[in-house]
Design a protein around this ligand. Structure first.
Ligand code: FAD
Length: 435
């Protein structure tokens, strides 16, 4: 296998992660083909994303990637360097509130914020009420199922919060992927859509190429698995799983749409992590609130055996649970009388921290296990994977001599072995979507 810049790279998956990787590898001089079985970019799990940009991760590396990526979202057209005739996704800086809860110790997060220089402010319950009068400061911990009689108990106390003014969300996640794809195409990336990878070929020295469902074979010196919730399937096809100590698995998730309080008059409230009631929510243009889950212990997890086989419609019981929890925090929210929203699929790793790594098959890389929390970091993942690929091409062995990546805006230095497939599951992780 001769692998030098200019070699053929097949990136499997044209979601927000695969498009970012394609862009970065093309800019590094590679001959890249993006392959997706969908008819266009950003139509997989990316399309269901709440697209929240927040920095409270349990690990320094998680926080540092998210903080770095915020700087790219803020200058999105400049980062892309192209005009997309479909328009640009926009970063809406609403600020992020993390409500105090015994279930989420903020000590580590504050340490990361201080180290990275991320601005934040502690708010008392009184300050929370004064600044956000449509949010209740009542504390109910622990989160409960609606069928639990204690669900309806009066609040036990009141809670404060941590306010991070620079967080927010991206208004259109599929468009963001399309923007990356447009930039990648301008950088020379070819795309094969409606093209499903069904085989991964090896040759004597490593990756040989792929075969598509329509029978075509494409030669490749390098392959990047960015197949989102189908990542474990692709890894099985590649036969690389034997040295993974961290696995990935698809999980169904619902996100519901409710109406914002009329007092907001179409304005945007903050993005909120509510560990006290087990939800996260954000406001959306048009007077909407999107509410999702933080996987509290009382809720069953919906693991999928097959990432393609799931109900895309919101279900009554999950809608009821989420909307009643939300209504406790936002008492004037409008709750529709029928379930509204969507279901999407996370690609969850054993410790809810992604895997960005090489593998035992020379030339086969993975950007997987994004665990419901890596939309925001996508602008940086191309550069991270390019650093790993570049190290491999230069004869490096990231397994024994880890690559360090310097974030261009913040100067943070990340030891990329944090994202290794061979790590011990990280004991510091929240083991939830919070990462
Ligand atoms: C409901 C929900 C809410 C979320 N909210 C947030 C949030 O608020 N903030 C945040 O940061 N992150 C969030 N996330 C996570 C984030 O959206 C994902 O981490 C990210 O979009 C994953 O992108 P991806 O490109 O890896 O995967 P995908 O977008 O799923 O792309 C993978 C692509 O691979 C293709 N593919 C799969 N198998 C094959 C094959 N065999 N051959 C060819 N193509 C194939 C698929 O068609 C798909 O297009 C959320 C995710 C979900 C589902």
């Amino acid at each position: 296998m001769t692998v030098v810049p200019g070699s053929r790279v097949a990136v499997i998956g044209a979601g927000v992660i695969g498009c970012s990787i394609g862009l970065s590898l093309a800019r590094a001089g590679h001959d890249v083909t993006l392959i997706d079985r969908a008819p266009g970019p950003g139509l997989g799990s990316t399309s269901a994303s709440s697209a929240i940009v927040r920095f409270h991760y349990s690990t320094y590396e998680g926080a540092a990637l998210a903080w770095e990526a915020k700087h790219e979202w803020e200058r999105w057209p400049e980062f892309l360097g192209v005009t997309d005739e479909s328009g640009y996704a926009h970063y809406l800086q609403t600020g992020v509130l993390v409500l105090d809860t015994p279930g989420y110790d903020l000590t580590a997060v504050i340490g990361h914020y201080d180290r990275l220089g991320i601005p934040y402010e502690r708010l008392s319950a009184a300050a929370l009420r004064a600044r956000f009068p449509y949010l209740s400061a009542d504390a109910y911990y622990p989160p409960r199922q609606v069928a639990d009689p204690e669900f309806w108990d009066a609040p036990t106390s009141e809670l404060g919060a941590m306010w991070t003014p620079e967080g927010g969300f991206v208004d259109d996640p599929s468009l963001a992927a399309h923007n990356l794809w447009t930039a990648a195409t301008a950088a020379g990336v070819r795309s094969e859509f409606r093209a499903e990878v069904v085989e991964i070929h090896r040759d004597a020295s490593g990756v040989g190429g792929i075969r598509l469902a329509d029978g075509r074979a494409l030669g490749a010196d390098l392959i990047v698995n960015a197949a989102g919730p189908h990542s474990s399937h692709l890894n099985r096809l590649a036969g690389v799983l034997e040295d993974f100590t961290v696995s990935t698995r698809p999980m169904r998730q619902e996100v519901h749409n409710l109406g914002a309080p009329a007092t907001l008059a179409g304005g945007l409230g903050p993005t909120v992590g509510d560990g006290d009631l087990g939800t996260y929510f954000r406001f959306a243009p048009g007077g909407q609130i999107l509410v999702g889950s933080q996987e509290p212990d009382c809720d069953p997890l919906e693991w999928l055996d097959d990432a393609d086989s799931f109900d895309v419609a919101p279900t009554g019981p999950v809608f009821e649970r989420q909307s009643l929890r939300l209504a406790r925090r936002v008492p004037d929210a409008h709750v529709p009388n029928r379930p509204t929203g969507i279901a999407g699929v996370y690609d969850v790793s054993s410790d809810w921290i992604p895997i960005y790594d090489r593998t035992s098959l020379p030339g086969y890389y993975v950007a997987i296990g994004t665990s419901g929390n890596q939309f925001k970091t996508a602008p940086c993942i191309g550069a991270v994977m390019s650093a790993l690929v570049g190290d491999g091409l230069a004869g490096g062995d990231h397994d024994s001599s880890p690559v360090h990546w310097t974030a261009p805006h913040t100067g943070a230095i990340l030891d990329l072995s944090h994202f290794s497939r061979r790590r011990a599951p990280n004991p510091s992780s929240s083991n939830s979507v919070l990462g």
